[in-house]
Design a protein around this ligand. Structure first.
Ligand SMILES: Nc1nc2c(ncn2[C@@H]2O[C@H](COP(=O)(O)OP(=O)(O)OP(=O)(O)O)[C@@H](O)[C@H]2O)c(=O)[nH]1
Ligand SMILES: [Mg+2]
Length: 263
C-alpha cells in the first residue's frame, strides 16, 4: 500500500513475466519493497523450477499460467489478474532492481499516470548496452518521438509502473482468445504500450533506472533482429492503430480535454 497525496491508500501490484528463471527469481522477489501488496508471477511454460523457487521465496505469490506464447501475452495475463491501483511490470532475470519501485511509485503519487523507466536519463544507466545498441536505441527514440510527439529517452526498456486506468490505453489483445498469436503477444509489447500511452494523453514521467546484465542464463538479445522488430512495431502502430484516449487521473482532474490531434 502507498499513500497518495490526499492520504488515500492505494494497493500496489507487481507483474513478473518469467520463463526459465529458476536461478534469478528469488533475487528479484527478495528485493520487493514493503509497499508491494501482491506479486503476480506469469509463467511461460518454464521447464525448470521457476515456480517452486518463486513460491519458496514468496509464499503468497500469485502464479498465473499464460494463455498463449510470448512476453506480451504474459504481461496481458498478469495485468488482468492484478488488483492494485498501481501496477508495476518488471523482468524476472535480475536485470531490473525492485528496490527502484519506490521511485516509480513516487512519480505516480506525484501525479504521473505512467512512470517510464529510462536508462538514458540523468541517474540511469546500464551494464548491458553496447555502443551499437545505444545508437540503435537513440534512432528508435527519435523516430518515435517525431511520429507520436512523445519525449521518450528509452522506448525499448520494459521496467515501468502505471495507474490501472492506463490498461485501457494499452488495449492489449484478450488473453482468453485461445490459440493463434496476436499482435502484442511478443516482445513488441514494450514499444507498443509506450506508444499507446503517449497517444492516449496520459501523463508520462521518466524515472531513472539502472539495468544490469541478466544474473544467470544466456542472453536472448539480438541487436539487429530486435532493432528491426521495434522499428516494425513503430510503423505498425503509426499506420494501423487508432489512438485510444483514457480517463486518467491527471486528465480528469486538471486537463480540459484529451489532445487527440496527433495524426
Ligand atoms: N511468461 C513469459 N515470460 C517471458 C517470455 N519470454 C521472456 N519472458 C520473461 O521476460 C523477461 C524479459 O526477457 P529476457 O529473456 O530477459 O529478454 P531481454 O531482457 O530482452 O534479453 P536478455 O536479458 O539479454 O536475455 C524475463 O523475465 C523473461 O523470463 C515468455 O514467453 N513468457
Ligand atoms: Mg533480460
Amino acid at each position: 500500500m502507498i499513500h497518495a497525496a490526499n492520504s488515500q491508500l492505494f494497493r500496489v501490484s507487481v507483474v513478473v513475466p518469467a520463463r526459465n528463471e529458476e536461478q534469478n527469481i528469488a533475487w528479484v522477489l527478495d528485493r520487493m519493497p514493503s509497499e508491494v501488496d501482491e506479486v503476480i508471477l506469469v509463467d511461460g511454460n518454464s521447464d525448470d523450477g521457476t515456480i517452486a523457487a518463486a513460491q519458496r521465496s514468496r509464499p503468497d505469490i500469485i502464479v498465473v499460467h499464460q494463455t498463449r506464447r510470448g512476453k506480451g501475452n504474459a504481461l496481458a495475463c498478469g495485468f488482468q489478474r492484478a488488483t492494485g491501483h498501481y501496477i508495476v511490470m518488471i523482468d524476472a532475470d535480475g536485470s531490473m532492481d525492485p528496490v527502484e519501485i519506490g521511485d516509480y511509485l513516487a512519480a505516480l503519487v506525484d501525479g504521473a499516470d505512467y512512470a517510464k523507466g529510462s536508462r538514458f536519463t540523468s541517474g540511469g544507466g546500464s551494464d548491458d548496452i553496447t555502443a551499437l545498441r545505444r545508437l540503435g536505441n537513440a534512432f528508435l527514440n527519435v523516430t518515435t518521438n517525431v511520429l507520436f510527439r512523445s519525449r521518450f529517452s528509452d522506448l525499448c526498456y520494459g521496467y515501468n509502473a502505471f495507474t490501472r486506468e492506463c490498461l485501457e490505453a494499452f488495449a492489449l489483445p484478450d488473453p482468453h482468445t485461445a490459440g493463434v498469436a496476436q499482435w502484442g503477444d511478443g516482445f513488441e509489447i514494450e514499444t507498443m504500450i509506450n506508444i499507446r500511452v503517449a497517444r492516449s494523453g496520459a501523463a508520462v514521467r521518466e524515472v531513472p533506472s539502472y539495468e544490469y546484465e541478466r544474473r544467470f542464463g544466456q542472453s536472448n538479445l539480438n541487436t539487429f533482429r530486435d532493432g528491426f522488430r521495434v522499428l516494425r512495431t513503430i510503423v505498425t502502430e503509426r499506420f494501423t492503430t487508432a489512438p485510444q484516449a483514457v480517463a486518467t487521473a491527471t486528465t480528469t482532474a486538471s486537463r480540459p480535454a484529451f489532445v487527440l490531434d496527433l495524426d
